[in-house]
Write a protein that binds this ligand. Structure first.
Ligand SMILES: [Ca+2]
Ligand SMILES: [Ca+2]
Ligand SMILES: [Ca+2]
Length: 582
């Protein structure tokens, strides 16, 4: 095993040399493990720290009246404390930046126990709600693992309600990155120049929550045309919005989407639309993208400042701290601590994979490795690699269910529904007029299948495309659709097989739930979005191609002519992205 994790072994070795725990040599560390570095921290609070965020082209919104540069910074230090020197163990440290979403920015009695607040452009200093401190639990752990972490405040942007707030968040991030760049090059930080030469600005990761999630995607796209572009190598969005006038696309970095099914705020799961749009077929450059769809997680509990006292287990004096999912009727609920653990494990894995080159953490996103530190039975993964080939992404307009993306024939005799549909609840970016199924909280064209008794769907692969030997997985996205009042129910199992030109098939069809469950929709009702029930969210299934070639089946991966999907029982399903991938 160890040879597969060479880079991690070296890393673990460095950890243990510093921590002295020699017995951990053969243990592969969970990504959220406390690291060897003492954590130093400082607060940036400059009333005139940012000179307005402008867009000279006028394409990304008006100039925002942003002056306050407010942030929490945690970093690997020589000793624990405030403003202590940066650790000399390594020459430079990669950078993680967090940005919160829209939330009250002004509390009536400040850090007093009252919970009344609102939005203000002129909030007294002592009353400013520190939403950006809500990710300290992740920053502290990242810093202990050798990652410089900064969480920035969008205080001056919060009171605005306009459609351009999302762009403003993106531009705010770039301003802060400019500032960090200046600190490390010129030693201009207001803490005595402690960060001079210490930041590795060639490795930057972004995490944004809610409107901040839309902001990080905006930032990575706006960065391309910025006069001072930065090296953003990973982008994470937590329960993001998708509301901006400009539909920003992931174009420059791996994307990880973390969304809770008990979200009572962004209840229409609009963040899935950002995933659907990321790295389509035909994109000049693609990076991996992944989703963790978390049953029982709400919107606010990823941020401790937004978490109510009861759920936090300690008094939270800041207005706006509530359980946004509290008005929902649900059957599965994570505690705030469990929810934070999911964020801690997944975001640290994502950042450490891309900032520190720990490749093995990829297998968390593929769903193969279930880290012991989080409640895996609540977390449903989708992973699409940069290296993948669509047999059918269903994106052709006008819809035609009988032909796949490769122009091969598709048949589904006996199904009561066999049709292509726009899978979208609201706010599609597709041209109007497409036949739509509103039970799917996505924005993609997909296939709808319904069956009253077991049936077989077949998609044929034309001759130029039959050599799939460079791929290792057959992957699909699938969602179970149900209607009526939310109830408990089983997941969907599909029997998937491939066939080569000599008529050889896998000796046994792959039962999808032996690899990845396609869950029954999360049970929720109530809240502001009464229609947000039975949300049919597409979930990734990854079947190793070696499953079909084992036991001397003789199937040739150089000549695959068809894929079959057999259903069992009765049911209804949405399918998308039938792909070979890595
Ligand atoms: Ca208060
Ligand atoms: Ca088609
Ligand atoms: Ca599609």
């Amino acid at each position: 095993m160890v040879h597969q994790f060479g880079q991690v072994l070296a890393w673990t070795l460095a950890s243990l040399l510093l921590s002295g725990c020699a017995h951990r040599l053969w243990v592969f560390e969970g990504p959220s493990t406390l690291g060897p570095f003492p954590v130093g921290q400082v607060e940036l609070n400059e009333p005139n720290g940012i000179s307005g965020i402008t867009d000279p082209t006028g394409l990304t919104g008006p100039t925002q009246n942003v002056a306050l540069a407010w942030a929490r910074i945690m970093y690997p230090a020589a000793t624990v404390g405030t403003g202590t020197p940066v650790s000399a163990v390594r020459a430079r440290y990669p950078v993680a930046l967090f940005l919160h979403g829209r939330h009250f920015n002004c509390d009536n009695d400040g850090s007093g126990p009252g919970l009344v607040g609102g939005y203000s452009f002129n909030c007294p200093v002592a009353n400013r709600i520190p939403s950006h401190e809500g990710y300290n639990y992740m920053m502290e752990r990242l810093a202990s693992q050798g990652i410089f972490s900064i969480s920035i405040s969008a205080h001056d942007i919060q009171p605005g309600l306009g459609a351009w707030d999302y762009d403003a968040r993106g531009r705010l991030i770039l301003k802060f990155l400019d500032k960090l760049n200046d600190w490390t090059i010129n030693g201009t930080d207001p803490f005595g120049g402690i960060f001079k030469g210490k930041l590795n600005m060639s490795r930057i990761a972004l995490s944004g929550h809610s409107r901040g999630g839309e902001g990080v995607v905006a930032a990575q796209q706006l960065n391309k045309t910025s006069p001072t572009p930065h090296s953003i190598v990973a982008v994470n969005a937590i329960a993001p919005t998708d509301q901006n006038a400009v539909a920003y696309l992931m174009t420059e970095a791996p994307y990880f989407l973390l969304v809770g099914a008990r979200d009572g705020d962004v209840a229409n799961m609009q963040g899935f639309r950002t995933y659907d749009r990321a790295y389509p077929d035909g994109a000049a450059v693609r990076y991996p993208k992944s989703v963790a769809w978390v049953y029982g997680a709400n919107h606010n509990y990823f941020n401790t400042i937004w978490t109510d006292s009861a759920a936090l287990g300690t008094p939270n004096p800041w207005a706006g701290s509530t359980d946004d999912g509290g008005s929902l009727t649900v059957t599965q609920k994570l505690t705030a601590a469990e929810q934070r653990e999911v964020a801690l494990v997944t975001i640290m894995a994502f950042f450490r994979q891309h900032l520190q080159g720990i490749k093995a953490y990829r297998e968390i996103f593929t769903g193969r490795w279930k880290p012991a530190a989080m409640p895996n039975q609540f977390v449903f993964w989708t992973y699409q690699d940069s290296r993948r080939k669509a047999v059918d992404n269903l994106e052709r307009i006008p819809p035609n269910a009988t032909q796949n993306t490769l122009l091969g024939a598709v048949t589904a005799p006996g199904f009561t529904t066999f049709e292509e549909r726009l899978l979208n609840f609201d706010s599609s970016r597709y041209p109007p007029g497409l036949p739509t199924d509103f039970a799917f909280f996505h924005d993609t064209l997909g296939l709808k299948l319904a069956w009253a008794a077991p049936q077989t769907y077949t998609t044929n692969i034309p001759s130029p495309h039959r050599n799939v030997s460079q791929y290792r997985y057959l992957t699909i996205r699938a969602a179970k659709k149900v209607s009526g009042p939310p109830t408990a129910g089983p997941g969907v199992a599909l029997f998937i097989n491939i066939e080569d030109g000599a008529g050889r098939t896998g000796l046994v069809a792959a039962r999808s739930d032996e690899f990845d469950p396609i869950p029954h929709p999360y049970q929720r009702s109530g809240g502001w979005c009464g229609s947000c029930t039975n949300q049919a969210q597409l979930k990734g299934v990854r079947i190793p191609l070696r499953f079909f070639t084992k036991n001397n089946s003789g199937v040739s991966l150089k000549d695959i002519v068809k894929i079959t999907i057999r259903t069992e029982g009765s049911g209804e399903l949405g399918l998308d992205d039938i792909e070979f991938g890595r």
